[in-house]
Write a protein that binds this ligand. Structure first.
Ligand SMILES: CCC[C@@H]1OC(=O)[C@@H](C)C[C@H](C)CCCCC(=O)CCC[C@@H](CC)/C=C/C=C(\COC)CC[C@@H](O)[C@@H](O)C[C@H](O)CNC1=O
Length: 157
């Protein structure tokens, strides 16, 4: 159980350290080429959510994030014993949500730096917290899908 919170803490630490390094060493708009025309480190700020929606609506983001954190902690208490993978997925979502929450509280905007081009499309610049959130949510969907399928199978036997 506490392992889940340790994983979330690790996500938060890695997220905050990488954001600190970007803020401390790069000007906004600076770009480091990692893989030419595919992957760059670009110092960026976003006062909105994904794709920059709802710019500046910090009050709304605080409420949503607290609800997300509340739900995740409830599910960790309830289900993390059931499956290691589910616990890890919940920890990733918890860590990601808190990571961006810290930025929104103290910076009033989120620090982003992973700049990926998919073909000629410049995918929105994101960060470790976003990655943890997306990976965590995908894992929760996968777990839920297989869990329901297994339950149906055991019911039909
Ligand atoms: C990851 C959720 C976004 C994250 O939500 C959070 O913090 C949560 C905890 C709190 C939000 C206020 C509420 C969730 C809004 C849901 C949402 O937005 C729909 C997402 C769908 C998803 C489909 C898979 C896209 C994902 C996109 C991106 C991430 O791709 C890896 C691009 C990220 C860049 O636009 C970057 O500038 C964003 C910036 O870092 C601030 N981040 C947030 O608001």
């Amino acid at each position: 159980m506490w392992r889940v919170y340790l994983i979330a803490l690790a996500v938060i630490l890695v997220d905050q350290v990488t954001k600190y390094l970007v803020v401390a060493n790069m000007e906004i708009g600076d770009r480091l080429t990692v893989i030419e025309s595919f992957f760059y480190i670009t110092s960026h700020r976003n006062s909105g959510a994904a794709w920059g929606i709802l710019q500046g609506q910090m009050g709304f983001f605080y409420i949503i994030t607290i609800i997300v954190i509340g739900f995740i902690i409830f599910y960790i208490q309830k289900f993390a014993k059931e499956s290691k993978w589910l616990g890890i997925a919940l920890a990733f979502v918890l860590g990601g949500a808190i990571g961006n929450f810290i930025d929104r509280l103290f910076r009033k905007e989120v620090v982003d730096f992973f700049d990926v081009y998919i073909g000629s499309y410049d995918y929105p610049i994101f960060n470790i917290a976003d990655s943890a959130l997306v990976v965590g949510v995908i894992f929760i969907f996968i777990y839920t899908f297989f869990d329901e399928r297994n339950q149906k199978r055991s019911n039909t036997k």
